[in-house]
Ligand binder design. Structure first.
Ligand SMILES: [Zn+2]
Length: 197
C-alpha cells in the first residue's frame, strides 16, 4: 500500500484513494548572525499529481512489454497519408485526423541509428538517470520523426546503430522505461531491470 494517494478508473470515473496531502511539521528559519533570531518558518509541502496519458497510454503500456508503438496517418484525404510518427502522435499534424496505432518494434530493432546526441554532466531536479546522461535522437527507416531517448551503454556517435532495451522488470510506465544500447551488446551486460524485450 502506497503512503501516497493512488487512483483507479471505474465506470469511466477517476477514483482517488488514500492521502493526497500530508501534514509535515514546520521548521523555524533563524538568522545565524543575529543570535539565531527567528525569521520565519519553512512549510514543507508535497503533492501527488494525477497525470493522464489519454490516447498515448497504449505506448507506455507496451513499453513494459518490450514493444514500441508509433502511429500512422491513414486518412485517404490527407496530403501526407501514410506518414509514420514516433514519438507517438495521437493525431496527424497535417489533417488532424486520428492516427492508426502501429507496432514499430521490429523497425526500431533493425534500423535505429543515432541522428545526433548530447552528453549532459548535470541534470535538473528529480533526475533519475545516471550521469553523465547521454541523450540521443534516434532515427528510423520509414519514420518521419526522430525520437529523443538516452543511451545506457557505450559512447554515442552520429550514425551509430543502436537497439532498444526495455525496463520490463518493475516498469515505471514512463519514457525512461525505454533506452538504447549499441548493436551487438550482449544481454548479460544490460543495466539492471532491462531486457531486449
Ligand atoms: Zn493526415
Amino acid at each position: 500500500m502506497s503512503i501516497f494517494g493512488t487512483v483507479t478508473v471505474k465506470n469511466g470515473k477517476y477514483r482517488p484513494r488514500g492521502d493526497f496531502h500530508h501534514i509535515t511539521p514546520n521548521v523555524p528559519i533563524r538568522d545565524e548572525d543575529q543570535a539565531w533570531r527567528l525569521v520565519g518558518v519553512t512549510n514543507p509541502r508535497d503533492m501527488t499529481y494525477i497525470h493522464t496519458y489519454g490516447g498515448e497510454a497504449v505506448f507506455f503500456e507496451n513499453l513494459a512489454k518490450g514493444k514500441i508503438h508509433g502511429t500512422r496517418c491513414d486518412n485517404p484525404d490527407c496530403e501526407f497519408k501514410g506518414t509514420v510518427y514516433l514519438p507517438f502522435r495521437i493525431h496527424c499534424p497535417d489533417c488532424l485526423a486520428r492516427n492508426t496505432v502501429v507496432d514499430l518494434t521490429d523497425v526500431c530493432k533493425k534500423t535505429a541509428k543515432i541522428h545526433t546526441f548530447m552528453v549532459c554532466e548535470r541534470s535538473g531536479a528529480f533526475n533519475t538517470l545516471e550521469k553523465p546522461i547521454k541523450f540521443i535522437n534516434v532515427e528510423f527507416e520509414g519514420v518521419s520523426t526522430i525520437l529523443m531517448s538516452y543511451l545506457s551503454m557505450g559512447e554515442p556517435k552520429i550514425g551509430m546503430r543502436v537497439v532498444p532495451i526495455f525496463r520490463t522488470l518493475d516498469p515505471t510506465y514512463t519514457i525512461t522505461d525505454l533506452s538504447w544500447v549499441p548493436e551487438g551488446t550482449p544481454a548479460e551486460a544490460l543495466p539492471k531491470g532491462f531486457t531486449f524485450g
